[in-house]
Design a protein around this ligand. Structure first.
Ligand SMILES: NC(=O)c1ccc[n+]([C@@H]2O[C@H](COP(=O)([O-])OP(=O)(O)OC[C@H]3O[C@@H](n4cnc5c(N)ncnc54)[C@H](O)[C@@H]3O)[C@@H](O)[C@H]2O)c1
Length: 450
């Protein structure tokens, strides 16, 4: 945050007050801008209007929201067009997702854009921050706004795109330290967007030549991550086949400065990596590494269960505990979590599925039609196997002694020292730990697996 922010004459509308939108709104408000947030969710609007952040697990956010509210710099409304009418700069951060068939799903943002167009006045600057397919800002939304508002982009209003690249759990820090990529419809749009971010965030700016370049750059980042993780997973599966430990390989190989092999794992989840590659795939990138990486990464859950099955025999009526509903460690985010793939498959196999996640309440876990389990519960003695899916900090010192009937720990993130498990006479399996046909541990009396 700026030390002594000057109040700006510019008013900002932030449309979409989720994890990212609220953080942006609160940061802008604490940097001297009058911010009107708009969201369709009544509970979100009402809590912000009381100075309370509805996002409680983002470090620093609650304080920023309370401060902005106290200084009368942040308010919220369900009336998007009203917020837009009273603002000169409109930031759009309403998600675009994919549906069950991985088709791009614009339903939320289309609705938001319609409301923005209804309230838009001449001279405004609209900046899209939502991750989008290249061309969407100009062709889908710019055109729609022209049609509904009767205003002309480039003449009556300016249009820019700047992707949001932050990471959950450190969004405020990333907003200040990551360079902001900005593309504009024309020179004026780009200049206005740059001027705004300089004042509102004070971070380094990377201006690119077109809206589409800026849109492309964010999706490309996600594809890069997905493809590199898929490569690590492919190598890990081959290492299993060749009885080679992939962790050792990574340390050895990456000692060469041009080698940056990622870490293999049980799957890729979250809002970004499993979703945004489809923004390219759905626009024609239908063969090659991008779709292949999606397939490989989504198959890792199956692969892990296949390795477990070789030890357990069958999953039928077995008690399986999954640690971590979130897609990754130390966040509360179930979107596209690998746990959802594991649940689906284990249900088909007629296993009894239990889930533990310190970030979620029992009620929240029950919504996935599985049984929540506390680690203090006596039922842990009856678990046949444990899968570590998200390695939350609570699991770092987890004592597996209580799992007296457990035959197998699937270490989906390769985080547990195998001795910790094998000394308890349980089998330890990781991803790429050189054991394709793991059948040691309680099953046959040996405990040297790993
Ligand atoms: N979450 C992340 O880690 C992350 C990281 C980088 C980029 N992003 C980008 O930010 C976008 C938003 O992510 P998020 O985590 O804030 O999402 P979120 O699901 O937490 O919040 C979305 C908000 O938009 C609101 N909304 C839905 N339809 C609306 C409408 N028509 N008008 C107004 N508000 C509406 C919802 O009620 C919700 O409060 C993502 O789609 C992505 O493009 C997210």
């Amino acid at each position: 945050m700026a030390d002594n922010p000057q109040t700006s004459t510019e008013s900002i509308a932030v449309v979409g007050l989720g994890k990212i939108g609220l953080t942006l709104a609160a940061v802008f408000a604490n940097n001297g801008f009058h911010v009107r947030g708009a969201d369709i969710n009544e509970a979100v609007v009402s809590s912000i209007n009381q100075g309370i952040s509805h996002i409680t697990n983002e470090p620093g956010l609650e304080k920023l929201v309370a401060q902005a509210h106290q200084n009368n710099m942040l308010s919220a409304t369900k009336q998007t067009s009203e917020a837009v009418k009273q603002s000169n700069i409109i930031i759009v951060i309403v998600p675009v997702l994919v549906d069950d068939e991985n088709h791009t799903d614009y339903q939320f943002i289309d609705q938001a854009v319609l409301e923005i167009a209804k309230g838009l006045k001449k001279g405004s600057l609209i900046i899209f921050e939502t991750t989008l397919s290249p061309g969407d800002t100009r062709n889908r939304f710019g055109t729609k706004i022209e049609e509904v508002s009767g205003l002309k982009m480039g003449k009556d209003f300016s249009l820019a795109y700047s992707p949001e690249r932050v990471y959950s759990n450190r969004i405020i820090q990333d907003l200040e330290s990551y360079p902001k990529v900005v593309g504009g419809l024309d020179e004026k749009s780009l200049a206005l967007a740059k001027q705004f971010y300089t004042k509102a965030l004070g971070c380094e700016l990377i201006a690119v030549s077109t809206l589409e370049t800026a849109e492309f750059s964010k999706v490309a980042e996600c594809v890069y991550r997905d493809v590199n993780i898929a490569l690590a997973n492919e190598l890990a599966m081959f290492a299993d086949e060749k009885n080679v430990d992939m962790s050792e390989v990574i340390t050895a190989s990456n000692s060469q400065p041009f080698s940056h092999i990622h870490h293999p794992g049980i799957g890729v989840g979250g809002h970004c990596i499993p979703i945004y590659p489809y923004f390219f795939i759905n626009k024609g990138l239908t063969s090659g590494l991008t779709p292949l990486a999606r397939t490989i990464n989504d198959q890792m859950a199956d692969y892990s269960l296949m390795k477990m099955e070789r030890v357990l025999g069958s999953f039928r009526n077995k008690n399986i505990l999954i640690l971590g509903l979130s897609y990754r460690e130390n966040v509360k985010e179930p979107t596209k979590s690998t746990t959802l793939l594991l649940i689906e498959k284990l249900k088909e196999e007629k296993a009894n599925i239990f889930v533990h996640d310190p970030q979620f309440t029992a009620n929240e876990i029950e919504q996935y039609a599985v049984r929540p389990l506390q680690l203090e519960d006596a039922l842990v003695e009856e678990m046949d196997a444990v899968i570590i899916q998200a390695f939350h900090k609570e699991y770092e010192n987890l004592d597996f002694k209580a799992f007296t009937n457990c035959k197998l720990v699937m270490d989906g993130r390769n985080k547990i020292k195998k001795d910790k498990i094998t000394t308890l006479n349980m089998t330890h399996i990781g991803i790429g730990n050189g054991r394709r046909d793991s059948n040691e541990g309680r099953n046959n009396g040996s405990n040297s697996n790993g």
